[in-house]
Design a protein around this ligand. Structure first.
Ligand code: HEM
Length: 407
């Protein structure tokens, strides 16, 4: 049984050596990880991507694997809160998954990412207006709290069509969700989850009574082949989009900034040609892998893979970070190269659960970087990039603050 310290600050700061150790230990290894426990770890690109695409063997629905709950902190919550995570597309496979996902696909099509570009630029500029004066007068500003965290929240709440006046309150509730590594962490998030649940229930009811712009109202009123989402499904869907669309994008924006500051030559290349923004963000997705571990799957049957005997009900995780640095797939994988092409990284997952918001996340991050450096071309980190503190959170690569000043 392998035990990797996936929460240590050394690992969080420089995970590449551990990812290499994992791959060298084997493409499929038995290991123990926090919150989930014993798992089969899929460490190589080939093993991880095959596993994520094998939806028959590796399932998200615990019932198919003879289990009651999927591992994770929501499993220990009371039912009225657990419903937030119980009935969404991430917790289903097969037909039920297809149905839930296609309803969102349909609603997403009504609001294309391309059409949102102007809106994204305006939201980004609005936040920069707030910090401009302080930066120009020489103050240090924490870009994590004042730019990278609010931006995706504003974007996803606008996409969902939630009232602008409510943003600040669920900003507070949501913040507490970002540090769940222990039982005390779980207890801390409970009041926030409860408030989010009540808030979303109210919004769903309001949309039902009075249709409005945005994804939530579209989902409430959407009919596809006579099919509609029930209340629990709507709640779980809104929560999934809110959480999935917020937290990870915060990490992508901040880690893009740190990585670019750490690689000045690549940074200059991007600033000379913003057409590279799309591939630069994709390279951060590969190089940093903000979601470093995919959600745990369970085995629906016994199976031998890479000479290992896996059994029904056991957990399996795809190590996205380790796979994204597999030299068998990527040339010089530990080199940050914004022009890497092609780059079939697994940062957004793959298979039926591949991220539904990947285009939005990419556009949002590219626009955030461009508006930031157009306005403040001589923006600098206040502390050296290698002194930036990385959060000790399982499964995500994120930082705790991002102090900047004008040079
Ligand atoms: C940098 C930002 C993002 C990252 C790194 C990210 C990463 C991921 C990953 C790795 C998965 C697959 C999980 C798995 O298979 O275990 C996923 C799924 C998903 N993501 Fe994202 N995501 C991001 C942004 C977004 C945004 C902005 C949205 C929505 C607006 C979103 C919505 C979803 C949804 C709905 C799923 C579940 C899809 C399904 O089960 O079929 N994500 N994401």
């Amino acid at each position: 049984m392998y035990k990797f310290d996936l929460l240590s600050s050394e690992y969080k700061q420089t995970p590449f050596p551990t990812w290499q150790m994992m791959r060298e230990a084997g493409p499929v290894i038995r290991a123990k990880i926090p919150l989930v426990g014993k798992v089969w770890m899929f460490t190589s690109y080939e093993a991880a991507s095959n596993m994520l695409r094998d939806h028959e063997t590796f399932v998200r629905n615990p019932a198919k694997a003879g289990r009651k709950y999927v591992a994770g902190f929501l499993a220990v919550m009371p039912r009225r809160v657990r419903v937030l995570a119980n009935d969404n597309m991430m917790t289903h496979d097969g037909e039920k998954h297809r149905r839930l996902r296609s309803l969102v696909d349909q609603a997403f099509q009504l609001q294309s990412v391309e059409a949102m570009r102007e809106q994204l630029t305006a939201l980004s500029n609005g936040l920069l207006d707030k910090i401009e004066k302080r930066l120009r007068s020489g103050e240090t500003v924490d870009l994590l709290e004042e730019f990278a965290r609010p931006l995706p929240l504003y974007v996803i709440s606008e996409l969902l069509g939630l009232p602008k006046t409510d943003r600040e309150s669920f900003h507070g509730w949501g913040n507490r969700l970002s540090n769940v590594n222990s039982i005390t962490g779980i207890l801390r998030v409970f009041p926030g989850l409860w408030k989010i649940r009540n808030y979303l229930c109210k919004q769903i009811e309001n949309c039902r009574n009075e249709p409005r712009e945005g994804l939530l109202s579209t989902l409430v009123h959407l009919e596809q082949d006579g099919d509609r989402l029930n209340n629990d499904e709507l709640l779980a869907m809104a929560f999934l989009l809110l959480v999935a669309g917020h937290e990870t994008t915060v990490h992508l924006i901040t880690t893009s900034l740190v990585t670019l500051f750490q690689h000045q030559e690549q940074f200059e290349k991007l600033r000379a040609n913003w057409d590279l923004a799309n591939s630069a963000v994709e390279e951060v997705m590969r190089y940093v892998s903000p979601a470093e571990i995919a959600k745990p799957r369970m085995l629906s049957c016994d199976k031998i893979i890479h000479e290992q005997s896996l059994h029904r009900g056991e957990y399996a995780v795809a190590m996205l970070g380790a796979a994204n640095h597999d030299p068998a797939m990527f040339e010089n994988p530990d080199v940050f190269n914004i022009e890497r092409s092609p780059s079939p990284h697994l940062g957004f997952g793959t298979g039926i659960h591949v991220c539904q918001g990947m285009k939005l996340a990419n556009a949002e991050t590219g626009i955030a970087l461009k508006t930031l450096f157009d306005r403040f071309p001589n923006l600098q980190l206040k502390i050296p990039a290698d002194k930036i503190e990385w959060s000790r959170r399982i499964g995500f690569r994120s930082i705790t603050r991002l102090p900047v000043k004008l040079g």
